[in-house]
Ligand binder design. Structure first.
Ligand code: TYM
Length: 333
């Protein structure tokens, strides 16, 4: 049976990269598959978080997911730390995954490169095994993510395969990534060689799902471009990463292919194109922003949605974790 699992970190505001690379796809998939959507607060604490901000961001992300169209009755929406099985299975998988596999994870290398490497948390290093546990705890078969998570997904597949080889064939399904095109990687508005990210120190690098119309207009206006008008072929566009990123953003928001978007905008100057991009972005985000505000005004209601989701997730996880414990030989008394 197909089952979908995906997660998002509550480390700050969700941005257009999260929405177009992942969440919009979750909303489509929920119509056809049973889905678990998880706010991964245990991943968030692999780098330091202020406790009050973490609690607030967890509610904000829950509100943003609901505002984006995630249905909490149809799916299971919950926070990771509320289901102990994630940490329990992660420990088992830490013992299945090999040191060398984790050493090759580029996200760790990138994140640890920005700080004193010796001082990076052990949690940051082991992050991908917790991610594997998130997915395998529910025996999920499909994982919709942005392209930046592809390597972590491959590692999850390796871990599942190794567990199956050691303890019992086909215990875990080997999960398939679902990566949408073309917006699998939305880049920073300031530097098109970096992905749009919650952790970018400049807020001008991203468009948050909670930005108002004026802020969006300002950020798009300030987005880095080059002086030439938009070209008329994709080959020419690909040589201009900033232009390609903005056009890609437009295409994805409008549900067009990059070719179609280029046909509409070839030859236009950025000043004009940016006005259209702003208008389109605002038209997509404004209804969500209003809904997020409404939901955040009733935190008890949000908490009860998350509590109910955690109970349902725990019910699914319990028998799978028990079977893992039996397979590896923990005496259960
Ligand atoms: P996170 O919180 O960084 O991002 C959540 C989702 O948004 C996608 N995404 C992007 N897509 C396109 N362009 C971007 N600039 C961009 N930035 C983020 C991510 O690919 C992701 O799908 N490790 C994960 C969270 C996680 C998870 C899991 C995901 C924990 N456990 C299990 C799937 C399954 C992360 O940090 O996502």
């Amino acid at each position: 049976m197909a089952r979908i699992f995906s997660g998002v970190q509550p480390t700050g505001n969700l941005h257009l990269g999260n929405y177009l690379g992942a969440i919009r796809n979750w909303v489509k998939l929920q119509k056809d598959y049973p889905c678990l959507f998880c706010i991964v607060d245990m991943h968030a604490v692999t780098v330091s978080q202020a406790p009050a901000a973490l609690r607030h961001n967890t509610r904000c992300v829950a509100a943003s997911l609901l505002a984006a169209g995630v249905e909490s009755e149809r799916n299971i929406l919950f926070s990771q730390s509320a289901v102990p099985g994630h940490a329990q299975l992660a420990w088992v998988l830490n013992c299945v995954a090999r040191f060398g596999w984790l050493s090759r994870m580029t996200q760790f290398k990138e994140k640890a490169a920005g700080q004193d490497r010796e001082n990076a948390s052990v949690g940051l290093y082991a992050y991908p095994t917790l991610m594997a546990a998130d997915i395998l705890l529910y025996r999920a078969t499909h994982v919709p993510v942005g392209a930046d998570q592809k390597q972590h997904l491959e590692l999850t597949r390796d871990i599942a395969q190794r567990f199956n080889n050691i303890f019992g064939k086909n215990f875990f399904p080997i999960p398939e990534p679902i990566i949408v095109h073309p917006a699998t990687r939305i880049m920073s508005l300031r530097d098109a060689s970096k992905k749009m990210s919650k952790s970018d120190p400049s807020d001008y690098a991203r468009i948050n799902l909670t930005d108002d119309a004026d802020t969006i207009a300002l950020k798009v206006r300030k987005a880095k471009t080059d002086p030439a008008p938009l070209p008329d072929t994709l080959t020419a566009l690909q040589k201009r990463p900033e232009a390609a990123n903005l056009l890609g953003l437009y295409a994805t928001l409008a549900d067009l292919s990059p070719e179609e978007a280029l046909t509409h905008h070839a030859g236009r100057r950025f000043a004009d194109f940016k006005k259209d991009l702003t208008e389109l972005t605002v038209s997509v985000l404004a209804p969500m922003t209003a809904e997020v505000k409404r939901l955040l005004a009733a935190p008890d209601h949000l908490d009860s949605i998350l509590r109910h989701g955690a109970q349902r997730a725990d019910t699914l996880a319990g028998p799978i974790l028990a079977a893992v414990y039996d397979l590896i030989g923990f005496l259960r008394v």
